[in-house]
Design a protein around this ligand. Structure first.
Ligand code: PMP
Length: 383
């Protein structure tokens, strides 16, 4: 079996697994406890925060630990909306966003906020002018992801940030950085983001921890009330093993970004040109996208059917993003990019990681040819 689903979950580094195990055994004390064991645990969290801040090029106090990027995105959006409702009740986001952003915005809409969803171009890119045109005097927040989790399309974050701030300097800019970090250069400061979400388990770290960069001076209404953890923005006893191991993964991802992208790009480009040569398929990713995501559709064929066929041939792929793969609906992202319903139902996402080689890609190509052929024959037989 070859695993092609790094964008859903990347296999953790051995070092990460060892760190989690050791910390669970040795540092079980509550970091809020005043005794020595508690102080040691608190020091480990402080150090992890410093490591993350240095990898992102931000101040230590600007890092908030959460339970995952789903929570980071919820906190960024609903926390900002609730905290700054005095400035207005309008939010701008895009049709491309991950469900943790999209659904948070829909929830706010149900609660009386106005939300504008900007549409992408057919290549999946968001035009900064469209964002600027949507921002108003009462816009509290704009949220635009760096890299789309289905197609890998990359947004011009700096231009979007400039457009937002020119339209309204008080509007906060949130970037969901989950699929971009470690694959492409740039962090919250480069992007001009006020808020920036990250997920260690996408970069070979552990599950159960997320990061949210909150620019100094920005406050978020806490969604989880309780103690004064995480600068009063996120209550709950810290998940120390995941935080410390997650910080390791964040450091490694930033140190290895260039090398990883250099290794993945030729594999991705090879796959893209191979897929374009198969007349039955529509390729939804481009060379301008992230180095680790290749998305294609077999219009008229459900993505799950093709994915199952590929699994029988030893290839584990995704139908879209893991968070929406259990719905039978066509992909909202592909529909927004102008694909028809048949293509939006028949999507396959291949996501690459540091374990992959040229020969893995060759094996995947053979499997795709065989799977498409088998499905075509089966289709013909049914007519
Ligand atoms: N944003 C994007 C772009 C993602 O791909 C994901 C993971 N599917 C998330 C947010 C949510 O991250 P997590 O799994 O840490 O909740």
């Amino acid at each position: 079996m070859i695993y092609w689903d790094y964008a859903a979950a990347a296999p953790p580094y051995e070092e990460v697994v060892r760190t989690v195990e050791q910390l669970m055994q040795l540092h079980y004390a509550n970091p809020s406890s005043l005794h020595r064991a508690g102080a040691d645990a608190a020091a480990l969290i402080r150090r992890a925060r410093e490591v993350c801040a240095s990898a992102l090029g931000v101040r230590t106090e600007e890092i908030t630990f959460t339970s995952g990027a789903t929570e980071s995105n919820n906190l960024a959006i609903k926390g900002a909306a609730l905290q700054y409702s005095g400035r207005g009740r309008h939010i701008v986001t895009t049709e491309l966003e991950h469900p943790s952003v999209y659904e948070s915005c829909l929830q706010l809409r149900e609660m009386g906020w106005e939300v504008d969803f900007v549409k992408p171009k057919p290549d999946g890119g968001i035009d900064p002018w469209d964002i600027a045109a949507a921002v108003r005097k009462d816009t509290v927040l704009v949220s635009v992801m760096h890299v789309n989790n289905e197609t890998g399309s990359v947004q011009p974050q700096r231009d979007i940030a400039r457009a937002v701030k020119e339209a309204n300097p008080r509007t906060l800019f949130h970037v969901d950085g989950v699929q971009g970090f470690g694959k492409l250069p740039g962090g919250p400061r480069d992007f001009g983001a006020d808020l920036y979400s990250l997920s260690p388990h996408k970069i070979r770290g552990p599950r159960g921890v997320g990061l949210l960069y909150v620019r100094e001076g920005v406050r978020l209404f806490p969604l989880i009330s309780g103690g004064s953890h995480e600068n009063g923005m996120r209550a709950g006893t810290e998940n120390l093993p995941a935080i410390v191991a997650g910080a390791k993964a964040v450091r490694l991802a930033s140190e290895r970004q260039r090398e990883l992208a250099g290794r993945l790009l030729p594999l991705r480009d090879r796959l893209l040109s191979f897929l374009r040569g198969i007349p039955e398929l529509v390729v939804n990713s481009t060379e301008a996208g992230a180095p680790h995501i290749v998305h294609f559709s077999y219009p008229g064929m459900k993505g799950e059917v093709l994915a199952r066929q590929l699994e029988q041939l030893g290839m584990l792929v995704s139908t879209r993003s893991a968070c929406s793969s259990r719905t039978a609906e066509p992909s909202r992202v592909l529909l927004a990019m102008g694909r028809d319903e048949a293509a939006a139902l028949g999507g396959i996402r291949i996501s690459l990681g540091d374990g992959h080689t040229e020969s893995d890609v060759a094996a995947l190509e053979t499997a795709i040819v065989k799977a498409v052929l088998a499905l075509k024959i089966a289709e013909g037989g049914m007519r």
